[in-house]
Write a protein that binds this ligand. Structure first.
Ligand SMILES: C[S@@+](CC[C@H](N)C(=O)[O-])C[C@H]1O[C@@H](n2cnc3c(N)ncnc32)[C@H](O)[C@@H]1O
Length: 245
């Protein structure tokens, strides 16, 4: 039985693994199945937590919450992520596991572009509005699509520097080396790596302002990068906003 309590999901996972192990499986089918296998694993993490909190709300009321911190957890923040290490493994596409009007501050960076727009993004932003106290603030940073588009018009060496700064750790430099490759990466980074979640939508300042305003936030302003809170490697080519409820 799977951790969601659904035997068919466990069976599906086994069947996918068997098909993936078959050398006759085509590249296209394998790509789709790897994505499905990953979602099955995340579904398991989410439902394990959901069993502990069946009504979808934890008892605690953390004053500061970080979403999608990955390995860059911020001290003093309760971290919610799909995968370890996190204080709570939770798929925020299903909503935020927090009580109404209970949190002063939410922080995320390089997370929003990994969930599907509009369904999950708009749901997440509405949920953030629900859980923040009046006057509470949410700070959000994402890769800046306007930055990448601007670079498209500039000299190739500037694009090269951006690719180096954003993707130096990944073995992609042989394939990602033109201005348009950089634009493609911001909009549709689909690295076929099961440890990586692809980019599903791109953002700029205007789009972020629209999202938070539409969800009922009273102000949305640029956020001045603070390396005490944000991941220093995100300073280059990112856009951050802070919205107040
Ligand atoms: C690119 S990493 C960024 C990590 C960190 N914020 C940083 O800037 O280095 C994206 C993070 O968002 C998390 N994430 C993606 N989708 C999520 C979801 N639906 N629910 C919770 N976390 C999610 C991923 O697991 C990952 O840790």
């Amino acid at each position: 039985m799977s951790s969601s309590g659904t035997p068919s999901i466990a069976l599906l996972g086994e069947q996918i693994n068997a098909v993936l192990a078959d050398p006759a499986t085509t590249h296209g089918l394998a790509r789709s199945l790897r994505a499905a296998a990953k979602e099955i694993e995340l579904h398991g993490h989410h439902h394990a937590s959901r069993r502990a909190w069946p009504n979808g709300r934890i008892d605690d009321k953390p004053a500061k919450v970080q979403i999608g911190g990955g390995a860059h957890r911020v001290d003093g923040f309760f971290n919610i992520d799909l995968v370890p290490p996190a204080d709570l493994l939770w798929d925020v596409r299903e909503g935020l596991p927090l009580q109404d009007n209970s949190t002063n501050e939410i922080f995320s960076e390089h997370f929003l572009e990994h969930i599907d727009y509009p369904r999950s993004v708009k749901h997440y932003v509405r949920e953030a509005h629900r859980v923040l106290v009046p006057g509470g603030r949410i700070t959000t940073g994402v890769p800046d699509a306007a930055f990448a588009l601007h670079q498209y018009l500039g000299p190739l060496n500037a694009t090269d520097e951006t690719i180096e700064r954003w993707y130096a750790k990944r073995d992609c430099r042989g394939d990602i080396n033109t201005r348009l490759d950089l634009v493609n990466l911001v909009f549709r980074d689909q690295d076929d790596d099961p440890t990586y979640t692809p980019h599903l939508w791109a953002y700029d300042y205007e789009k972020l302002v629209q999202l938070f305003t539409e969800a009922g936030f009273t102000t949305v302003e640029p956020w001045t990068f603070d390396p005490a809170l944000a991941n220093p490697k995100r300073r280059w080519g990112s856009v951050y906003v802070v919205a107040a409820k």
